[in-house]
Design a protein around this ligand. Sequence first.
Ligand code: NAD
Length: 440
Amino acid sequence: MAEKKIKAEKPTGKLGILLPGMGAVATTFIAGVHAVNKKISTPIGSLTQMGRMRIGRRDKDVVSKPLISEVVPLQNLKNIVFGGWDIYEDNVYEAAMNAEVLDQNLLKKLKPSLSKIKPMKAVFDKNYVKKLDGKHIKRGKNKMKLAEALMRDISQFKKENNCDRLVMVWCGSTEIYIKESAVHKTIKSFEKGLEENHKDIPPSMIYAYAAIKMGIPYANGAPNLSCDIPALVKLAKETGTPIAGKDFKTGQTLMKTILAPGLKARALGIEGWFSTNILGNRDGEVLDDPDNFKTKEVSKLGVLEQILEPDVHPELYKDLYHKVRINYYPPRGDAKEGWDNIDIRGWLNYPMQIKIDFLCRDSILAAPIVLDLAIFLDLAKRSGMHGIQEWLGFYLKSPQALPGLHPEHDIFKQLEKLENTLRYIAGEKLIDHLGQDYES
Ligand SMILES: NC(=O)c1ccc[n+]([C@@H]2O[C@H](COP(=O)([O-])OP(=O)(O)OC[C@H]3O[C@@H](n4cnc5c(N)ncnc54)[C@H](O)[C@@H]3O)[C@@H](O)[C@H]2O)c1
């Protein structure tokens, strides 16, 4: 792989970022980029804007840690426009005010530009998100017609905003749990399913299909399958489209994928990991429905199993009891609280406990992820990469892996893969941390 040469084309013109779902995360992201461009705030949490990485040797006098944006050609924030769809008509300023994530004084300073961004009519079906009931939705004879309507929206947006390239990041609500089935297997069966309104094709898959069919990179920030089905993976290969999913890795799972690899690295046993959350935003309300929560639960539960590998280390993790709860608690709004109780075992099987109480802000943690996924997917496209972008699993709770491979959840391995992919794109030497070349 390291020998194969690829070259990223330089970004020219405007990049359009399209967001199905313009709620708390999407509006916090858009407002944030506007605030950064106006120089009234800082893009903390975004690697594409603030991250540095090592290039070359580690010698004291030559060590080089340039900004990632100096290593690979990334789209400049100043040259980005935003569009999207929602089932409510509120413009981005109104939706951001309703979401109550960002300070009203900050939003007022951005009002002229944010008010101009209005959502297009959504493809929506209440059967997949029972708690919501918007009226700003498209009508169509079948799901294929709805996909075509989305493609027309996309072409019109591109033309009106004079965009050179587009990317799409799903920021819509979590849909009910759907298992992969026969309709998802091939492009043919999927397209037939669209024509026949198959029940296993929820709106998020219709957006994903529209984007991928047009060669527009697509990332999925929610845990529903969306582009994580063989038919859309194949379509992505055919149309030369990079894709990534699923589910932004933000609060509790971020902590889990930081801590669990560390405990495992020191051969400490884990007997139980109980995680519970309270949150009161619209996402919390949607997840209050058992069918929607099931989708999130599956996404959150896979993480520990994959990191700890109980089959490989039965003495340490065979009896692991892992439980995840999410409780809708309106007073907290977006300011979620996530508690973890971890029962661990040390030398001679002596028990110990770790408690985490993370008072986080859901959308503040998610917004930089939306930005980085969009910017890196655009880089991937310009570099001729297509299909599943495993290196972007760094940002995701339930990373999509290449067929036949286990997904990698350990955040440190994910970071190494991300950095080496960037070195590879930049034509720099990969770093394997072996260190033999320093021996005299
Ligand atoms: N904030 C986080 O930390 C975090 C982490 C991981 C995943 N997520 C996921 O990101 C997504 C967005 O989160 P949020 O807090 O912004 O939720 P939100 O409820 O504030 O926003 C979601 C928006 O999507 C809209 N929507 C629903 N179905 C749609 C459709 N078919 N087409 C267009 N719009 C649609 C809703 O009307 C709503 O405005 C959720 O699925 C959530 O589970 C969030």
